[in-house]
Design a protein around this ligand. Structure first.
Ligand code: ASP
Length: 333
């Protein structure tokens, strides 16, 4: 009996030792990852000054989201805050600075999902809402619906008293010049080429101290889109998804992300396939998407605070603070 007690005490001691060494401290992990789009980003194309500004805006959004988590706020509030800041930045293809449609307008899509409850809200094709992510959140929390589009979505925004902005607010000179170049090309012999060079969607995933996950994504879609085209971002499961184990926000050539149901597929592999979030995200982004001819990337976060940010383009604007407190801000591989 004494021998048994001794063995039991030793076993408890060893178990405590291991549980203590597996995390940074006794607190439950909090974590956040954000992106500002994946695409053909070449070092020679962005000036040093612009790169510094982009990194500063990513850092500001990352830290603002993380501060909410540190103060005990929800993952949902953290991802909302991050996406609002990135929508307000002129450097990303969401809110101010969004790409232009073929007829020179900005049509915005956004979505948000709460992993704990699986509630979700999305908007597509809105043109006058300063922060589409706030409208998506309004759809989730204050309507019985999941997705609203165009004029109807804007009428709902008016009821919620959300801030409206005139078309000039979304227009930046850089983006306009990009549009004029794309338009000239589209009218020339390369008209059939897809506009793969104009990504820049923003998104965030977060894990709060209660262990709950959330994901949010916002975009102007793809440059030169026509006929009311809607991409993957506001389609729950394609560009945005969260459940109890996994949260994903995507960026890339939306049609492929819709066809592969990318964000939900990653989380399904974790739930049913016993994949780690890292393996699931890599498998889908680095194998499944390019197999069909698509490109882009995701930020993926697990309930253990581990972050994975795979992409199959030359760059992806991204930043994270994982469950162990490790901070990264990066553009290239
Ligand atoms: N996924 C977005 C879309 O297809 C574009 C992007 O990520 O930049 O609308």
């Amino acid at each position: 009996m004494l021998e048994f007690d001794r063995l039991l005490r030793n076993a408890i001691f060893i178990a405590l030792l291991f549980s203590g060494s597996s995390g940074t401290n006794a607190d439950p992990p909090i974590a956040i990852a954000i992106h500002g789009g994946a695409g053909t980003i070449s070092k020679s194309e962005i000036s040093e000054a612009r790169e510094t500004e982009i990194r500063a805006d990513l850092a500001k959004a990352l830290d603002a989201g993380y501060a909410i988590l540190e103060e005990g706020g929800t993952a949902l509030d953290a991802v909302t805050r991050v996406v609002v800041l990135l929508e307000d930045s002129p450097h990303f293809n969401a809110g101010r600075g969004a790409v232009f449609t073929a007829d020179g307008r900005n049509e915005l899509d956004a979505a948000i999902m709460d992993g704990a409850t699986r509630r979700a809200g999305a908007v597509a094709g809105v043109t006058r809402i300063k922060n589409p992510i706030l409208l998506a959140r309004g759809v989730m929390e204050r309507s019985p619906h999941v997705m609203l589009i165009g004029g109807g979505a804007e009428a709902f925004a008016a009821e919620l008293k959300l801030e409206f902005a005139p078309p000039e607010y979304f227009k930046t000179e850089d983006r306009w010049q990009q549009y004029l170049r794309a338009k000239a090309q589209a009218e020339g012999p390369r008209a059939m080429l897809p506009a793969v060079n104009y990504f820049g969607t923003v998104g965030a995933v977060a894990l709060d101290a209660k262990g709950e996950l959330a994901a949010a994504t916002s975009t102007g879609g793809m440059m030169m889109k026509r006929y009311g085209r809607v991409g993957d971002v506001p389609i729950i499961g394609a560009g945005t998804f969260a459940d109890r184990n996994c949260a994903v926000s995507a960026t890339g050539w939306g049609e492929f992300f819709i066809r592969l149901n990318v964000a939900a597929d990653i989380c399904a592999r974790v739930a049913y396939g016993k994949f780690s979030v890292a393996n699931a995200a890599d498998e889908v982004v680095l194998k499944k998407v390019p197999e069909l001819g698509g490109n882009g990337g995701v930020i993926a976060l697990g309930a253990d605070g581990r972050v994975r940010m795979p992409f199959n383009t030359s760059g992806m604007y991204r930043a994270a603070i994982d469950g162990r407190g490790k901070r990264v801000i990066a553009i290239f591989p």
